[in-house]
Structure formats: C-alpha cells, structure tokens
Design a protein. Structure first.
Length: 125
C-alpha cells in the first residue's frame, strides 16, 4: 500500500529514484515530467486568473487536453473518454457564461464585442 510520501507529485519519483518502493521495478520518468508539466499549467492559470471559477474551468480543461496530448504522443490514439470528459466539463459551464467570459471590468466579453459591431443590436439582447 502506498504511503503519503509516495503520493507527493514529482518528489516521490525523485526520492524513490524512479523505482517502486516495494518491488524496485523502474517507473518511467514521463510520470514525473507529466506532473511537472501539469504543475506549470496550474501555476500559469493561477497567475493569469487568480483563484476563481474560470481558473478551475481552464485547469480541469487543460488537464484533460494535456492527458489527451500525452496519450496521443505515446500510443497514437486518443481514447473517447477524454473527449467525453471535455464535453461534459464544457457543458457544466454552459449555463454560466459569465464565469468564462466576464472581463476584468465586469462586462461580458462576447456581448461587448457584438454590441460594438452592431450597436443597435443592444436592444435585441
Ligand atoms: Zn512495485
């Protein structure tokens, strides 16, 4: 059974020197690199969007896309589960466009672009 030190991303791989604690079987370094890459994605999104629902949305979506990409690189195939997860995750946010499209000034980005191009359309919305 894995202990807490075995579950710390990146460091567990380094401390165990890329080998299983129990059977000493080698563990590919790609797991460590994947964890580092996901950490970079997470920190980048937190820097860009701070702690917010938008950051959470892009974080999970980014992890799904990263998983898709890495799986594709390894086996040249993208399991349908990734697409399904991405679609379901996207659908969760469809009823809340303000979470995704609200700009820093509080306005909804899509509407402001539309309104700028077609000023009279403001009355129709
Ligand atoms: Zn083992």
């Amino acid at each position: 059974m894995l202990g807490v030190p075995d579950l710390v991303p990146v460091f567990s791989w380094i401390f165990l020197r890329g080998k299983c604690r129990y059977c000493k079987a080698p563990i590919s370094s790609r797991y460590m690199w994947t964890e580092i890459l996901m950490g970079v994605v997470a920190v980048s999104l937190l820097i860009r969007y701070d702690l917010s629902l938008k950051a959470l949305f892009y974080l999970v979506f980014g992890f799904i896309l990263l998983g898709e990409s890495l799986t594709d690189l390894e086996v040249f195939e993208i399991p349908d589960g990734f697409h399904l997860a991405a679609i379901l995750w996207w659908c969760l946010y469809l009823p809340f466009p303000a979470v995704l499209y609200r700009r820093a000034d509080g306005r909804i980005a899509g509407r402001s672009c539309y309104s700028r191009r077609y000023p009279s359309a403001d009355h129709d919305l």
